[in-house]
Design a protein around this ligand. Structure first.
Ligand SMILES: N[C@@H](CCC(=O)N[C@@H](CS)C(=O)NCC(=O)O)C(=O)O
Length: 219
């Protein structure tokens, strides 16, 4: 059976887990933390998530994993059939990752640990986040999903990408992405209300203590 390697506190892991659940693809969740021998055995970068497919292929990078799922399990598609709309979905996925998730992630050590960043770094991160928020405002139509009336991978990607700016924005930048994009708070509440999101959020909560113990262990 297809195996998803990673841990439920991880937002990238949850992107892939949500896509698997949404598509109804059977999978095993193998709880494994980054940079451990177990993770390195399935993913040379050591990052979560990784996947072992039904055929035994080891894959990594969340965007690659969700694209693989679309190719391998075309039933219950999460990309729109229309090529132009599919391009817009991919654009929002990329914007979510590059300008919202990755920029905010730079400040995670200051929220999860005792690291203080210079003001110049905070300003740099905030400028990238503002670019991301401006782009989501321009690209999403909230009809009621980000692109139109059907859930797509853009919705799944942004839901979990947002978890980091939601955390570091108010704590470190006096800035909240949820106030910056009109319609985002309502969309976020809608996304959180589904059984799949509730299960993923409950698993994340249940994994929190174990994950905190993992990051506080000397490496
Ligand atoms: N580009 C990767 C990012 C994955 C990632 O950063 N995962 C985090 C957990 S949420 C991780 O494993 N961090 C450990 C590290 O960076 O060494 C993806 O899309 O899968």
């Amino acid at each position: 059976m297809l195996t998803l390697h990673g841990f439920p506190f991880s937002n990238y892991h949850n992107i892939v887990k949500h896509a698997l659940m949404q598509k109804g693809v059977p999978f095993e969740e193998h709880i494994v933390y980054p940079n451990t021998p177990e993770m390195l055995a399935v993913n040379p970068t050591g990052k979560a998530p990784a996947m072992t497919t039904d055929k035994g292929t080891k894959l990594s990078e969340s965007s690659v994993l969700v694209e693989y799922l679309e190719d391998a399990y075309p039933e219950h598609p999460l990309f729109p059939a229309d090529v132009e709309t599919r391009g817009r979905v991919r654009q929002l996925m990329k914007v979510s990752e590059l300008y919202l998730e990755l920029s905010a992630r730079r400040l995670l050590p200051s929220v999860l640990g005792n690291v203080e960043f210079p003001q110049a770094t905070l300003d740099e991160v905030k400028a990238v986040l503002e670019r991301g928020a401006r782009s989501v405002t321009a690209l999403a139509d909230f009809g009621p999903y980000l692109i139109g009336s059907e859930l797509t991978l853009a919705d799944i990607y942004l839901r979990y990408a947002l978890s980091i700016p939601k955390l570091v924005g108010p704590a470190k930048l006096d800035w909240n992405v949820m106030d910056e994009v009109p319609g985002l708070a309502e969309w976020d509440a809608m996304m959180a209300s589904t059984d799949i999101a509730k299960k993923i959020d409950a698993d994340l909560k249940a994994n929190t203590a174990e994950f905190m113990a993992y990051i506080s262990k000397p490496k």
